[in-house]
Design a protein around this ligand. Structure first.
Ligand code: CP
Ligand code: NVA
Length: 301
């Protein structure tokens, strides 16, 4: 079996490797002709909806001369019950990497443990590392080295929040998350980050989280797969909407971040999402370059 690396979590990379990926992403952003994936094929397997992740991977891989193969679950044998462990070995014979979005993180881990090529996490219920790595690239582009700076998370302790905790552990910025009771982030991820010296606080008060932060982040209150809980969650998260007053509490140059899609009037006001502090479009655009750099890094390893 060929030696390979996966990208299932930001914790799979060192700070030095992330620095290298960011430098490569900055290079790819300049739209220089690049053919580093010439002759390589990458399967994109999505078991949940996606706009940004799917298109940015597909376009990014093609832009580097590679061949993206989008495998729709409905039209594949996965929908008819073929096990992930069989799919993993079959796909490994045809392609050079697998990008997968799914529900349980264990499903992604099963893919990675049976695949003989790099597997990239395009979002699970637990983590969304491509998004957060790309968001750190966007933030570093504005604020320089993130070490010691404060980032705020407001709302659900979900896959995005968990990945921000992992990023804080590797990149050394301070993170304060304001979450309602029973919606805190994953405690194992939190413990592991703290054990490695990360400064990560979980508080109830959004103002406390936002105070002095360079960036205020939020996400939907009901993630994919939680649609049935939407109403219950709307009640639990009342008071966790990012509005102008909250942004005023943050640093004077603080930016607003959201992975999108956003629900205007729920987790964020229209005014903030469309306002001068919002960098959501830049975040979405940078997904492409950072993911190009991740695929390039893993395939060349
Ligand atoms: N932010 C994000 O991952 O968007 P998609 O669900 O559209 O891929
Ligand atoms: N937390 C959201 C992120 C979407 C990109 C979800 O999992 O649906």
């Amino acid at each position: 079996m060929r030696e390979h690396r996966d990208f299932l979590s930001i914790r799979d990379l060192s700070a030095e490797e992330i620095e290298g990926i960011f430098a490569r992403a900055a290079h790819f952003r300049q739209a220089l002709p690049h053919r580093s994936l010439e002759g390589k094929s990458v399967v994109l397997l999505f078991e949940k909806a996606s706009t940004r992740t799917r298109v940015s991977f597909e376009v990014g891989i093609a832009r580097l001369g590679g061949h993206p193969v989008v495998l729709s679950v409905e039209g594949s044998q996965i929908a008819r019950g073929e096990p992930i462990k069989d799919t993993a070995r079959i796909l490994s014979g045809y392609c050079d990497a697998i990008v997968m979005r799914t529900f349980g993180h264990d499903r992604l881990e099963e893919m990675a443990s049976y695949a003989e090529v790099p597997v990239i996490n395009a979002l699970t219920d637990l983590l969304h590392p491509c998004q957060v790595l790309s968001d750190c690239f966007t933030l570093a582009g504005r604020f320089g080295d993130l070490k010691g700076k404060k980032v705020a998370w407001i709302g659900d302790g979900n896959n995005m929040a968990n990945s921000w905790i992992n990023a804080a552990a590797v990149l050394g910025f301070d993170l304060t998350l304001a979450c309602p009771e029973n919606f805190e982030p994953d405690c194992d991820i939190l413990d592991a980050a703290r054990k490695d010296g990360a400064v990560v606080l979980v508080v109830r008060d959004p103002m406390e989280a936002a105070r002095g932060a360079i960036a205020v982040n939020t996400d939907v209150w009901a993630s994919m797969g939680q649609e049935a809980e939407a109403e219950k969650r709307r009640q639990a998260f009342a008071g966790y909407r990012v509005d102008e007053a909250l942004m005023e509490a943050a640093g004077k140059d603080a930016v607003f971040m959201h992975c999108l899609p956003a629900h205007r009037g729920e987790e964020v006001t229209e005014e903030v999402l469309e306002g001068w502090r919002s960098i959501v479009w830049e975040q979405a655009q940078n997904r492409q370059y950072v993911q190009e750099a991740i695929v390039d890094f893993l395939i060349q390893e």
